[in-house]
Design a protein around this ligand. Structure first.
Ligand SMILES: NC(=O)c1ccc[n+]([C@@H]2O[C@H](COP(=O)([O-])OP(=O)(O)OC[C@H]3O[C@@H](n4cnc5c(N)ncnc54)[C@H](O)[C@@H]3O)[C@@H](O)[C@H]2O)c1
Length: 484
């Protein structure tokens, strides 16, 4: 291989990114919704993955990175649909946070979010009414943190721009939809030395944190395998004409393949397996059923409502996607995504180790240590008391009363507490990139008869020496208060 100096490496990297961007965006557009989705039908993706990896030289290791302390975190929030307002509410009750700016394409959303802040002491400026208003928010020089809660295919572009303009970024899940975006996030964070955290909130759920602590304390022995999923019926939501902005979720399902919502299941399992800090994803294979439900529903609705006609005849993502990941240390992960079957919400969270097993869904959560049976409720309670991590002891009661089993408030509080105390964040840009890369990689595998595809090592080999970074026993920090 010809040696490439740093300057050339960067130029080649960006050139490659630009070229593949065209290639990627070009694929599948005739079948999809050109303005909203980026489909991966790039036949050379495995080759491109190698090239990206070879051209990337880590200029600064963001794993364990701690930014200077920020005593008053000045926040701007972009995207105020279903999810955004809950971030506004949580940020408004954490001490040492000032919400200075809010943005949504739709003025009524921005105004409603501001109205909800009346009487809280926060008085944000509003940015609304244009597709690029969010850039004005990022251009301000009096913000420390930009929170992004727009549709996920916008997160990378917005996050990169915010980092380029001197802001730390916390983005909703997933963080990116293409391999090119994943690498650009990594490259930008390393160059600007700004945090980019993808806010994977399921990693903060009570049982998930309990099992993380148990794994660290050796309860499972060596962790061999993880089962995880985001299986929940979203048929009503996705076909609702008023719920999601511009039917963006339905457009994603109508134009992509693979697991397009991988992080809720994969996040907690990756933490337990120390992915990017002790182990690393190696490759995946992805198998998908046909679509038996979504096109049919679109056709039924279109019979009486012309609005749904553009959604008929599409090559919808299959109803069930099963992706299997192998790690560099030889562990395996089974990850599912099903957004159509009429089944209750199920994220599985099954951990199999040499000495112990855990299973979250279907409820109730269970633990086993052998003898072909789960431990009794009495024994379960004893283990829970022994292994519940400090973070849950501290925030548990307060957090349990908030969204998603307490995980939402815990995540927001930890994010701000780390910024206040100048500590590394619990999830870094490498986590955002590797978890999100499953979207384009599983899509490529599905479109290529489930062939295996390498998962990029976004840490450039540093996973071997990077330290664990989710401080669930609060050895540092923990002094940020939440307003009662
Ligand atoms: N972590 C979780 O548990 C969780 C739960 C729900 C949603 N999410 C994630 O949150 C994100 C938002 O989902 P949602 O359900 O709120 O979607 P939504 O459609 O309800 O809201 C999206 C908002 O973005 C706005 N928007 C669109 N383009 C914009 C632009 N150019 N500039 C500014 N605003 C723009 C829309 O007007 C809309 O208000 C998604 O990425 C989703 O995956 C995460």
């Amino acid at each position: 291989m010809i040696p490439i100096n740093m300057k050339n490496r960067r130029r080649d990297f960006l050139k490659l990114a630009g070229l593949t961007g065209l290639g990627i965006a070009g694929g599948g557009l005739s079948k999809g919704f050109a303005s909203d989705s980026k489909c991966i039908e790039e036949p050379n993706l495995p080759q491109l993955i190698k090239q990206y990896g070879q051209l990337h030289e880590q200029r600064f290791n963001m794993s364990g990175f701690a930014a200077p302390k920020i005593s008053n975190v000045r926040v701007g929030i972009i995207g105020l649909g279903q999810r955004g307002p809950s971030h506004v509410q949580r940020m408004s009750i954490i001490e040492g946070v000032e919400i200075r700016a809010l943005c949504d394409l739709l003025p009524e959303k921005a105004e409603a979010a501001k109205k909800n802040l009346e009487g809280t002491g926060h008085n944000p400026g509003l940015y609304a009414g244009g597709r690029d208003e969010w850039k004005k928010l990022c251009d301000r020089d009096d913000l420390d943190l930009v929170i992004i809660t727009t549709p996920w295919y916008m997160h990378a572009e917005m996050g990169i721009y915010a980092m380029e303009h001197g802001k730390h970024v916390a983005s909703e899940v997933p963080a990116a939809g293409t391999i090119e975006e994943c690498w650009k996030l990594v490259e930008t964070a390393e160059r600007t030395r700004k945090h980019f955290m993808m806010m994977e909130n399921d990693a903060y759920m009570e049982f998930q944190m309990l099992t993380l602590n148990m794994a660290r304390k050796g309860f499972f022995g060596e962790v061999v395998h993880g089962d995880c999923a985001y299986n929940t019926s979203k048929m009503k939501n996705n076909f609702s004409k008023s719920l999601y902005w511009d039917m963006w979720w339905l457009k994603q399902y109508a134009s992509r393949k693979g697991n397009i919502y991988p992080t809720h299941g994969l996040g907690p399992v990756s933490q337990i397996m120390d992915i990017n800090r002790g182990d690393s994803f190696d490759f995946l294979v992805s198998v998908e059923s046909n679509d038996f439900m979504m096109n049919r529903r679109a056709m039924e609705l279109a019979e009486t409502d012309d609005f749904f006609k553009p959604f008929t005849g599409k090559d919808y993502r299959g109803n069930m996607n099963v992706t299997v990941i192998r790690t560099k240390k030889g562990r395996t992960i089974m990850l599912q995504h099903d957004a159509t079957s009429p089944s209750p919400h199920n994220i599985i969270h099954g951990i199999s180790g040499t000495k112990g097993t855990a299973l979250y869904d279907p409820q109730p959560p269970r633990l086993a240590t052998g003898n072909h049976e789960w431990v009794s409720q009495e024994e379960f309670q004893k283990l829970k008391e022994k292994y519940t991590p400090e973070i849950f002891m501290k925030m548990g009661t307060l957090a349990r009363d908030s969204g998603h089993g307490g995980s939402d408030l815990l995540l927001s509080w930890r994010l701000i507490d780390c910024l206040h105390n100048g500590l590394p964040l619990d999830q870094d840009v490498y986590d955002a990139a590797s978890l999100s890369s499953v979207i384009p990689l599983s899509e490529w595998s599905v479109r290529n008869r489930s062939n295996s595809v390498d998962i990029p090592d976004f840490t450039a080999g540093k996973w071997r020496t990077n330290k664990q970074n989710m401080d669930i026993n609060l050895e540092k920090g923990g002094n940020t208060k939440v307003k009662g």
